[in-house]
Design a protein around this ligand. Structure first.
Ligand SMILES: CC(C)(COP(=O)(O)OP(=O)(O)OC[C@H]1O[C@@H](n2cnc3c(N)ncnc32)[C@H](O)[C@@H]1OP(=O)(O)O)[C@@H](O)C(=O)NCCC(=O)NCCS
Length: 243
């Protein structure tokens, strides 16, 4: 058991239609590295061992250990007893009918921040991105954003484009992570809002069996220098938890 950390993290009982979004600043939990490593599965430890850079390995271990701590709390089971299924496009889940509640989750990590989304009965996706100086650019936007999003982005004043680039990126990632299809679901098949932070941020879906009315994408107010978004059931309420 991740003793002290485990005691300090308090989770509320989840209720239908609520997404609990945890934002954890990894430097706050670095001192628990060994305990978090100890609750990882063999395959997670092998994955961690494949990172070339120690810092990437550390962030992976902390994020995946924290995921186990949080899931263990929501499900009231020992963290190291959790086993994950992996979807066709790589999305981890708890699999069907293993627990008394249908807990859906997703994780994202970037630089020093990890975000975890938990909800009941409906797919959920989360994305956090560190605002790297060399990342934003109209070439990338042209390649990955829909024609409508790209047009809107380049029409903004130069000074507003970088922020909107990250808003667009994280909102698109959150949606493709919620549906679990990753990039196999064409990024041009849906549009997100890239200026406003409130209201329905998923504005159109043109492909697959997805109806825009069934989904909500929310902006997540992550610490300075980061952008975040979460996607889930259309009438969800978002509860932010920080550690
Ligand atoms: C996983 C994926 C969907 C997102 O990756 P990412 O943004 O680099 O990484 P994140 O930290 O947000 O998420 C990674 C986590 O999501 C989960 N994940 C993996 N595949 C997933 C999938 N298909 N759907 C949802 N979640 C997935 C895993 O828990 C993973 O953790 P790990 O990498 O530590 O094992 C990636 O495969 C992908 O398709 N990236 C697209 C990148 C891109 O070009 N986006 C353009 C957006 S406009």
């Amino acid at each position: 058991m991740v003793s002290e950390l485990f005691d300090n993290i308090k989770v509320d009982r989840l209720s239908a239609g609520v997404i609990n979004l945890w934002e954890i600043y990894l430097p706050n939990v670095t001192s628990y590295y060994d305990e978090l490593y100890a609750i990882l599965s063999l395959s997670e430890r092998e994955q961690a061992g494949r990172f070339v850079f120690a810092q990437d390995r550390e962030r992976f271990v902390l994020s995946h250990g924290l995921l186990r701590v949080l899931l263990g709390k929501y499900l009231s089971i020992a963290e190291h007893d959790l086993e994950f299924d992996v979807g066709a496009y790589g999305k981890p889940s708890l699999g069907a009918n293993k627990f008394s509640i249908n807990l859906q989750f997703n994780l994202s990590h970037s630089h020093d921040v990890a975000c975890f989304a938990f909800t009941l009965d409906h797919a959920v996706g989360v994305d956090v991105e560190y605002m790297r100086e060399d990342f934003a650019g109209s070439d990338i936007a042209k390649r990955y954003f829909s024609a409508q999003e790209y047009k809107q982005l380049v029409s903004l004043p130069q000074g507003a484009q970088k922020e909107s680039f990250f808003k667009c990126w994280t909102r698109k990632e959150a949606f493709i992570k919620a549906i679990g299809k990753g990039l196999s679901f064409g990024l041009d098949k849906f549009d997100v809002e890239l200026v406003a932070d409130a209201g329905q941020l998923l504005t159109a879906v043109r492909g697959g069996d997805y109806d825009v009315a069934d989904w909500s994408v929310f902006a997540v107010d992550v610490r300075a220098g980061y952008f975040g978004a979460v996607a889930g059931r259309s009438d969800s309420q978002l509860r932010i938890c920080r550690f």
